[in-house]
Design a protein around this ligand. Structure first.
Ligand SMILES: C[S@@+](CC[C@H](N)C(=O)[O-])C[C@H]1O[C@@H](n2cnc3c(N)ncnc32)[C@H](O)[C@@H]1O
Length: 269
């Protein structure tokens, strides 16, 4: 999808959804837990000595968790109202953050500024040279030797892909074109980045897509049962029994592909 189409899709999306953004400052949702667990396993220096930027920050709900712990937290998004909403929520929750309206393909930020550059649910909207440009811009603002973390929907996530396919056919897929990712190995190599590891996470993340795919929103009684079963029983269970989520992820695929990337310490830009 071209940059303009991505931008238009998200402007429309946030028009309807910006008011509903809320933060769970305890970070109980699975994305936050995955982010936190990934970080805990990776950081070579404490978070309170790191400057962090989320490029394509949307609701900013994970950055809100980082904000209390990192040295600096910056949120960048191309849609002004969502950036403004994050700013208000940060203030409300007494969190420190910097906010910038900008384009990931041409970020108004100097080179080598952040120890950790990350995003979730952004790169899959771009393909080909635009995905490459987004990655190279993330590299540019990362310090040499710094870390880049990218979360994208995995091509191996069967339930998510089934749900997406059905919703696209029914014309009710709200996120525009989205290209699930197999690996970012080729893009990293081309950009002079080191893909340190890449793995899938979050089997249970596929639950809402599966419900969409099975059109359970149309059949309210069954929907209620599935909601009760999956959200009230399976989700809390998998949040506790992470090993079970890992086994299911191995068998059926996890929603997220986690790409852990380093910018070489001798990189010039
Ligand atoms: C799936 S959302 C991100 C979700 C976010 N991780 C969250 O938890 O809310 C993708 C975000 O990327 C933003 N975006 C799309 N194109 C962009 C661009 N060219 N530059 C910066 N942000 C962009 C959208 O406005 C949207 O907020």
């Amino acid at each position: 999808m071209s940059k303009n189409r991505v931008e238009t899709t998200w402007r429309e999306y946030w028009k309807d959804n910006v008011d509903a953004i809320k933060y769970d400052v305890k970070g109980a949702d699975l994305s936050s837990l995955i982010f936190e667990e990934t970080l805990n396993n990776l950081l070579h220096k404490p978070l309170d000595r790191q400057s962090v930027i989320e490029c394509g920050s949307g609701s900013g709900r994970i950055s809100a968790l980082v904000a209390g712990k990192a040295k600096d937290t910056m949120l960048l998004d191309i849609v002004e109202p969502v950036v403004a909403k994050c700013k208000r929520l940060f203030k409300e929750y007494n969190l420190k953050g910097k906010f910038i309206v900008g384009d990931i393909l041409n970020m108004p930020i100097k080179n080598n500024m952040f120890d950790l550059v990350w995003n979730s649910g952004v790169l899959e909207h771009f393909i080909g040279s635009e995905r490459q440009t987004a990655l190279e811009n993330m590299k540019r603002v990362c310090v040499p030797g710094g870390l880049m973390l990218i979360f994208t929907p995995s091509r191996k996530a069967l339930f998510y892909r089934f749900g997406k396919w059905v919703m696209e056919k029914r014309g009710c897929w709200p996120y525009g074109d989205e290209y699930p990712v197999d690996t970012l190995y080729g893009e990293c190599k081309k950009a002079g980045l080191v893909l340190r590891k890449e793995y899938q996470k979050g089997f249970i993340h596929q639950e809402s897509y599966l419900r969409g795919g099975l059109m359970l929103d149309k059949i309210s009684f069954i929907n209620a049962l599935v909601m009760l079963f999956s959200l009230r029983i399976i989700q809390p269970l998998l949040l506790r029994l992470r090993w079970l989520d890992e086994i299911l992820t191995r068998v059926f695929g996890g929603y997220l592909l986690v790409s852990v990337i380093s910018k070489p310490s001798d990189a010039t830009k």
